[in-house]
Design a protein around this ligand. Structure first.
Ligand code: NAD
Length: 489
């Protein structure tokens, strides 16, 4: 069938060998619109059998098809075309993403969907300028280091940035000549389904991109991680899932890239531009309902500006417009699911026993049966509170005062995670000292979410293994091979 958003409920099939197909078991599961709590589609329930079919199709495409045999420029033409078509269909994709995930349409339209297109445009261009290395040892000897595709790659993605993160993996994977099987998050299968249609329209050969929907443990996700025909797994999701995948992938020694959870520290010093720091703290804490791995989900403020910052922050947070994700004026939409909302609510209830809730933290039943919470700010928590250590992944921001640079660093490092942090100060020396001593893969100085797709992206400690972005992605999705030449004349 062809993907369409024109009907009230959508039927989301798997995509194998260039065809939309039902799950082999014949079973489906419902996909829920988080803003209404109502079913908006049915999804093919992928199982081990569907994964086997998808890997077989990807293997056939890799072994016999044109894709790995094309030049980089030829592949780039098709990959770039996918990006172009995403932009052409951006309204449809943005609407689908917001219905599926509960995120505000302004964010889907201006953030997620253009970024998905950029992933294809960027990697099409970047990979074509990627240079193999050549080492001339002496006049009679030369060593050439080339990069070859891996073969069939497994891609497993989460629900918080569905198309944005799937395309962040698919684009470099394709550019390096691989074929792949994507297992999208069970909560948000819609835009990957539309992408399959787009890839076909762009001329991607059959079997190069396959999509199997379904669940993780004991289901499609796990089947992908143990399949002997899959060479690598690029996974973004929870740290605990990363552990399970690593254990399951050990039997077939897969190459792994893990982008896992985060608990970002946002540190505001007394010499910072406070207007900008506070505005950004609100965005960093609550964008996408706080469901961003890179969220500034802990706010540390130097003591002599603490009260001023907290008061202004609380005022701004209480004015965030929570509402229908499809309303262009909405600033915060619905959380992904009832289960997730209830998990976040348990953190809020726990926080109330340890500290002071300054604003929010309520379920907004006036918005109907959707999973809406008002954004919450806490103070008065001790540093061993689980609200300051664990990833809540929701609209909850604890604020804590500190005295010295050293104390700020200690607080920032006081979590198992190490993905990102922000430092706000006008002193370059202080920014440098603090940035270097925070154990995280990214540090933003006087900004948040600034990205250049060429830079290494990933986490330290429990936030991940490996890096993606630019050449790091190209290296992950390929094998290095050295061919050495000796001349007799
Ligand atoms: P999740 O780990 O529950 O699920 C992610 C994906 O893994 C889903 O497709 C799921 O079906 C699949 N899965 C689950 N168990 C599996 C198993 N045993 N084997 C194979 N696949 C399995 O994560 P989520 O709740 O969808 O996403 C939220 C998490 O993702 C948060 O922790 C967030 O920080 C993290 N995240 C990290 C980054 C990053 O770049 N570091 C980006 C976005 C989200």
């Amino acid at each position: 069938m062809t993907a369409t958003t024109s009907t009230m409920t959508v039927e989301i099939d798997n995509f194998i060998a260039g065809e939309f197909v039902k799950g082999k078991s014949g079973k489906t599961f419902d996909t829920i619109n988080p803003a209404t709590g109502k079913v908006h589609g049915t999804v093919a329930m992928g199982t081990r059998d569907d994964i086997n079919d998808a890997v077989a199709a990807a293997t056939e495409a890799f072994e016999k098809g044109p894709w790995p045999r094309m030049s980089m420029q030829e592949r780039a033409r098709i990959v770039k075309r996918i990006g172009d078509l995403i932009l052409e269909r951006k309204d449809e994709l943005a609407r689908a993403e917001s219905i599926d995930s509960g995120k505000p349409i302004s964010e889907s339209l201006n953030g997620d969907i253009p970024r998905a297109a950029l992933n294809f445009h960027f990697f099409a261009e970047f990979a074509t300028s990627h240079v193999d290395e050549c080492f001339v040892s002496n006049p009679a000897e030369m060593h050439v280091a080339i990069r070859e595709p891996l073969g069939v790659c497994g891609l497993i993605t989460p629900w918080n940035l569905p198309l944005y993160l799937a395309t962040w993996k698919i684009a470099p994977c394709l550019m390096m000549g691989n074929s792949c099987v994507l297992k999208p998050a069970e909560w948000t299968p819609y835009t990957a389904f539309l992408l399959a249609d787009i890839a076909t329209q762009a001329g991607l050969p059959k079997g190069v991109l396959n999509i199997v929907n379904g669940f993780g443990p004991d289901a499609a996700g796990e089947a992908l991680t143990v399949h002997p025909g899959v060479r690598s797994i690029s996974f973004t999701g929870e740290t605990s899932t990363g552990r399970a995948i690593m254990a399951n992938a050990a039997g077939t020694l897969k190459k792994l890239s893990f982008e896992l959870g985060g608990k970002g520290a946002n540190i505001i010093f007394d010499d910072a531009n406070l207007d900008e720091a506070i505005d950004t703290a609100v965005r960093a804490g609550f964008r996408n309902q706080g469901q961003i791995c890179l969220a500034g989900s802990r706010l540390f403020v130097q003591k002599n500006v603490y009260k001023k910052v907290l008061d202004r922050l609380v005022e701004k947070v209480s004015n965030i417009k929570v509402g229908d994700p499809l309303d262009p004026k909405t600033e915060m939409g619905a959380l992904i699911s009832k289960e997730h909302m209830e998990k976040v609510q348990r953190y809020i209830e726990h926080g109330k026993t340890e500290g002071k809730l300054m604003t929010g933290g309520e379920r907004l039943t006036n918005l109907g049966d959707g999973f809406f919470l008002s954004p919450a700010v806490f103070e008065g928590l001790t540093m061993d509170s689980k609200l300051l250590k664990e990833e809540i992944f929701g609209p909850v921001l604890p604020v804590v005062p500190f005295d010295t640079d050293e104390q700020a660093i200690e607080m920032a490092n006081n979590t198992p995670y190490g993905l990102s942090a922000s430092v706000w100060s006008e002193s370059i020396n202080r920014c440098n000292f603090v940035s270097k001593n925070i154990r995280s893969g990214l540090v933003w100085v006087n900004c948040w979410f600034a990205r250049d797709l060429r830079t290494p992206f990933g986490g330290q400690k429990s936030s991940g293994i490996g890096r993606e972005g630019g050449r790091y992605s190209l290296e992950f999705f390929s094998e290095a091979k050295t061919i050495s030449y000796k001349y007799s004349k």
